[in-house]
Design a protein around this ligand. Structure first.
Ligand SMILES: *Cc1c(COP(=O)(O)O)cnc(C)c1O
Length: 365
């Protein structure tokens, strides 16, 4: 079997949820599992996070996969439903939905459902992506409160644009806007993603919606999850499948993009951008082999990368190579590749099998 794989540490997941409860002891937690749980496998993650109060996904199909896998907790559709034809599914599968625009309110008003649906009315407090203008909120809240297809009370939610920047005044402004727009209205409140949970305790309200921190990742630039008492959940690893002695002046890989400075041993590792390793990782990006950080050299290929093992090589064919994990934070790799850890985690592709070392799951397929 190809030795390229992702290990998912379910104990770390549970520890990260407990750490979030410690950071935010008051609110309930919607554990965000969209995008296949940020690339970790949403059923594995949902089963491990049985202490969460609800799960959050982007849209209906993601929620149905959880229900088909036997997950019975509340599930919130963070983007809401895309049309009235989805409403019978929301009812049948007991899904909660965000309502962020007028057409969704109209669809609910025109629906004839046997059981009402739980809705979270979204307020656009400055993100300018989804949600009602603050001035429309009271009216929409009244309409939904009078709607037979909607469970009461109607809850209220917003999303921060810059919660990861402690000095940025936008978060304070968004919070004030939300409080003003929702003053006196019935319903529970939710504002915080991971960064909000970490930096803005005054905004914790009734429910928080952490995603990336569950996976052991810091939502703040220049920090790692470990700085906040979190444990990385994914370890991405592969193997050295070839080594060769190269002389100073030889070039490595596509475009001859890297020239060997001193005679050395180059190792080839069986992972590439076809697996989700970032093609933009530059020469010098660390790869962990036998406890040594060795530099990536040359371009990332679809199925392989090349590393400089040194003149006295630190690894041989068959040795394990760790691309990211506890010993090598994915935040570091993301920074070097000019992206964020979210993108690297979500980007691990289908051909990389994932394993949970502690127990085997029947994935329902
Ligand atoms: C993705 C998402 C979250 C979680 O964000 P993190 O930064 O991963 O914590 C929370 N709320 C909404 C609406 C989201 O779309």
């Amino acid at each position: 079997m190809r030795p390229t794989r992702a290990f998912i540490d379910t104990h770390a997941l549970r520890a990260n949820l407990a750490r979030l409860r410690q950071l935010a002891p008051g609110p309930k937690i919607t554990a965000v599992l969209k995008a296949n749980a940020y690339g970790h496998g949403q059923l594995v993650v949902a089963r491990a996070l049985d202490e969460a109060d609800a799960f959050g996904v982007a849209f209906l199909e993601e929620a149905l996969e959880l229900r088909n896998g036997g997950i019975t907790k509340p599930i919130l559709l963070l983007e809401g439903f895309f049309g009235a034809t989805e409403l019978p599914f929301l009812q049948r599968y007991g899904l909660w939905t965000v309502v962020h625009q007028r057409e969704q309110v109209e669809a609910l008003e025109q629906a004839h459902l046997e059981r009402p649906i739980k809705v979270w009315l979204k307020v656009d407090t400055g993100m300018n992506r989804l949600g009602f203008e603050p001035e429309q909120v009271a009216q929409m809240h009244a309409r939904l409160s009078a709607c037979a297809s909607v469970a009461q009370p109607v809850n209220l939610l917003s999303h921060f644009a810059s919660a990861d920047e402690p000095e940025n005044p936008q978060t304070r402004a968004q919070l004030a806007c939300f409080e003003q727009a929702t003053a006196g209205l019935a319903g529970l409140r939710s504002l915080c993603n991971s960064a909000g949970t970490l930096l803005w305790p005054q905004a914790h309200a009734d429910w928080i919606r952490p995603g990336v921190m569950l996976y052991g990742i810091s939502p703040l630039a220049d920090q790692t999850g470990q700085d906040h008492g979190l444990l990385p959940v994914m370890r991405l690893e592969s193997q050295l499948i070839a080594t060769r002695f190269t002389r100073a002046g030889e070039t490595i890989g596509y475009g001859g993009a890297y020239t060997v400075a001193n005679d050395t041993v180059i190792g080839t590792v069986a992972i590439g951008y076809g697996d989700g390793y970032p093609r933009h990782a530059p020469t010098g990006t660390p790869v962990l082999i036998n406890g040594h950080e060795v530099p990536l050299v040359g371009r990332v290929s679809m199925d392989m990368i090349t590393v400089d093992l040194g003149r006295v090589p630190v690894g041989k064919v068959g040795d394990k190579a760790i691309l990211w994990g506890k010993e090598l934070p994915v935040e570091r790799i993301a920074h070097l590749a000019d992206t964020i850890a979210y993108e690297l985690l979500c980007g691990v592709t289908r051909r990389v099998p994932s394993y949970t070392p502690d127990f085997e799951f029947d994935d329902g397929c």
